[in-house]
Every structure is written in C-alpha cells, then in structure tokens.
Design a protein. Sequence first.
Lengths: 135, 91
Amino acid sequence: MLTIPRALHDKIVAHARADHPDEACGVLAGPAGSDRPERFIAMLNAERSPTFYRFDSAEQFRVWREMDDHDEEPVVIYHSHTATEAYPSRTDISYASEPQAHYVLVSTRDENEAEFRSYRILDGQVTEEPVTVVE
Amino acid sequence: MAIEVRIPTILRTYTDGAKQVEGTGSTLDELITDLEQRHGGLRDRLVDGGSLRRFVNVYLNDEDVRFLAGLETPVKDGDTVTVLPAVAGGV
C-alpha cells in the first residue's frame, strides 16, 4: 500500500503533464525506514525521450548523497508513460534496484485523465498495490 | 588508511549488510578485484566483459568514473568510491 499526501500526488501528475510527451521521472524522499513520502524531487530525464528515462548520474549522486546525509531514502520512484498504460514495462522491471521503494507509474496518454498506479518490484516480480491519497 | 567504498542497498547481500566497506588498489579495477576477495560475487555485479556495467554508476569522490578513466581510473587511500544502480526504464 502506498500512502501519499495529496500535494505530492498532484506534483507528480503535474510534472508528468509538463514533460509530456517525454517521460518524466523523479523521487519522493522520506525518513529512512518510515515508508512515508515527504519530499518531492523532480529529476531530469537524461534521455529526454518519449519511451525511455534515466536519471542523470551526477544529479542522482547529489540527490542520493543529500538523502543519506539527512537519513532519508527514496520512498517513491516515479516515472511516466506517455502513450501506454501506467504499468511497469520489462525494462522498468529489469532496472528496478531500490528494494524498499514504491514504483509509481503515471500515464499521460489521455489528456484529461492521468492514470496513477503504484507497484513493488522485488527480484523481477511486480506486485501492484493500492494507493491511498491523504487529504 | 584505505579506500572507502559505499555500497547501495541492493548489493549489501555481498557485504553482510554493510553499507560501507574498505579496499585497496591503485586503480578502480584493482580495488574491485581486492573487494572480490572478501565479497565474492560483487565484481560480477559491477563489471561485464572488462568494462563497468552500463547501468551501474560508480563515482570517485563526486565524479562519475565514466568521465574519468572507467575501470582504469586511478584511486588512492582516502578516496571514497560510491556505487549506485542507475535509475532508468521505459516502455
């Protein structure tokens, strides 16, 4: 189950819409071990592609080091699909390497209604989980 | 003094859960070979066919070694090497 404040949910959707048709990507950081997303961090998609995303390695280093310094971890890793459903692709699954993270997928294929879904990806296995948006 | 190596969560199975280990060597390649002695299997997660795996980021202090000399990057006592799996995906 992913429990996420409304404000953070909306920031993710807004980011995905803003970068459409390129895939948007980013992180929600939270206190290590808390499973609570608290801080929104939009990341550059170094691929700038409608079908692929990759965190810029220097930016990832700075963000991960900052989280570590503040005893935080990536609670949510999100990205968008711009023409397909909000479900992890084989590529998404093969690169997922933060075992504690909730992988959020947003689809911007419909210009009016964004799809927002969350998954755990462990050892190549995808499990969808319910999302609770807290007002 | 040695070289501090920071290990991401997903590779801590090779270090008995440690988030940081130490090693020696004068290049990144030698350092990884040294780490492999005590943490068997770690090298294969970082290196494929003589070069660093594409979707693993390795940093010497705060620079991605892709922009230095890759596996041949010189390292020395007091340096910090950080490993982070790349975050990527697509359709």
